[in-house]
Design a protein around this ligand. Structure first.
Ligand code: ADP
Ligand code: MG
Length: 460
């Protein structure tokens, strides 16, 4: 019996270790976004690696519960991308592992809230008004952000909304920087607000929490859409909001949509959020994108005394191709710059196409629906049959192929994919992925099928 357990859980020897934790962490950041990463996932450490499971360390019980309840599925999914043989992770509380007596309890709860907030409340000095490029899509938001700094509480709250990567956090941060010398500025994301809220409840320390957040004279809260569906958080936010307004503090809020479109948010909050001035940031036009690229090139030249040669043609190419948002645009530009540094030459459009192939291909959205349709067409079976419970091979294989491609080509989690295949369990999806992986390695027919279907999906 013991032998069996041992065999399964064999500790991987040094040479067999395959996980590069730094790479794993950076994939967490990419997939969950930097906010969640910074708040939660960056705190995970790899303690032990086994063939089929990992022991990960997290600082506290609270961290563990939070991470497990919200992010575990996706974490596991990402880890499997690095090591297919993994099937579970275990969390150990690292606080328990070290000697607690010295630092525990000596820190009062007030200081602890303060310390952790201070650690987080840092404004990024680079995200200021000077580095924010004005364009048609953001000029209204920019102009009112500046007005707020000249005369606070004229528009209260100031509510800035727009899609991802369009500059909301940048603007909020710029306002905070501008006002911080004369005011008590609090700059926090709604997710982080939630974190402190829950932590204070657990520690029975709401008095300090309320005190702390209501002290600021400028309260900036990023990504307020995060409160959707979280009743107790909304309750607390509502009271914080009211007491801040009452004492004459300025509130600045960002969101991914206008207040009235915040579903699962109390009416009274929506109406408070709409009570000041609402401005939006739109997707950038070509002119703004070109301006942002040129500015960055000039900045690099100035900062590093380095002359990066990028032709107008290439600038234009990047702007036209990069459609989604400014964050992506900057990412793309950074790759082009890195390439031109290494090769020390002026890039052509063909070079760029090559460098950016994967970036732009990723932008194409492939959905589970599309995969299901394409696969059933390809194998010439009815979609309803493919999704049915029947297990005959002519139906089961295409079904597995479709699950496999859903896993490979979309960002959906295993349970989600299972649900979309007539409510199957996620273990069925895992089995399908493994089976097709194996088959496509040794069966040239299967390999060809997969390639052709992928081609169909990417083409149209
Ligand atoms: P959001 O919060 O709306 O998702 P961010 O403020 O994080 O977007 O912006 C994404 C990236 O794009 C950041 O690096 C930011 O500095 C940059 N950025 C956005 N808008 C501009 C702009 N108008 N000028 C310069 N940089 C911008
Ligand atoms: Mg943001």
């Amino acid at each position: 019996m013991e032998k069996k357990i041992n065999q399964k859980n064999t500790f991987v020897s040094e040479e067999e270790k395959t996980l590069n934790w730094i790479e794993v962490q950076s994939s967490f950041e990419k997939n969950f976004g930097s906010e969640i990463y910074k708040s939660w996932l960056s705190n995970i450490v790899l303690l032990k690696e086994y063939n089929d499971f990992l022991i990960l360390g997290v600082p506290t019980r609270f961290f563990r519960d939070w991470i497990v309840s919200r992010y575990l599925d996706k974490i596991l999914e990402l880890l499997k991308g690095f090591k297919l043989s993994l099937n579970r992770v275990e969390f150990k509380i690292t606080e328990d592992l070290k000697n607690k007596s010295s630092d525990e309890l000596s820190v009062g709860s007030v200081t602890e809230i303060k310390d952790s907030i201070l650690n987080y409340n840092r404004l990024n000095p680079n995200l200021n008004f000077d580095s924010f490029v004005q364009g048609t899509s953001n000029e209204v938001a920019l102009s009112y952000s500046k007005k707020i700094c000249e005369q606070t509480t004229r528009y209260n709250p100031l509510y800035i909304y727009g899609g991802v990567g369009l500059g909301k956090t940048h603007l909020l941060n710029a306002i905070g920087l501008e006002l911080q010398s004369d005011n008590k500025v609090m700059f926090i994301s709604a997710e982080r607000f939630m974190y402190h809220f829950i932590k204070s409840i657990k520690k029975n320390d709401m008095v300090n929490f309320k005190d702390f957040f209501r002290k600021s004279s400028i309260f900036i809260i990023d990504d307020i859409q995060f409160i959707r569906g979280k009743e107790s958080l909304q309750e607390e936010f509502f009271h914080t909001f009211n007491s801040l307004i009452e004492k004459g503090s300025q509130i600045i809020i960002s969101a991914d949509r206008p207040p009235m479109k915040l579903d699962r948010v109390q009416e009274r909050i929506k109406s408070r959020l709409s009570g000041g001035l609402i401005v939006d940031i739109d997707t950038p036009d070509l002119e703004l994108k070109n301006k942002i690229i040129r500015k960055r090139l000039v900045d690099i030249q100035f900062q590093f005394k380095e002359n990066i040669k990028i032709s107008e043609e290439v600038i234009n190419f990047i702007s036209v191709e990069s459609k989604t948002n400014i964050r992506e645009l900057i990412g793309v530009l950074n790759r082009v710059i890195a390439f031109s540094r290494v090769h020390k030459k002026e890039l052509t459009i063909a070079d760029c196409k090559n460098i950016l192939k994967d970036v732009f291909n990723q932008v194409k959205v492939i959905t589970i629906d599309k995969i299901q349709n394409t696969v059933s067409n390809y194998f010439n079976i009815q979609l309803s049959e493919m999704l049915s419970q029947r297990r005959s091979r002519p139906l089961a294989r295409p079904r597995q192929v479709a699950m496999y491609l859903s896993k490979k080509l979309t960002t959906r989690s295993l349970p989600e994919i299972g649900r979309r295949f007539a409510n199957r369990d996620h273990t069925t999806v895992i089995h399908a992925v493994k089976t097709i992986n194996r088959l496509s390695e040794k069966d040239s027919e299967m390999k060809k099928n997969i390639e052709q279907i992928k081609g169909l999906l990417i083409e149209d």
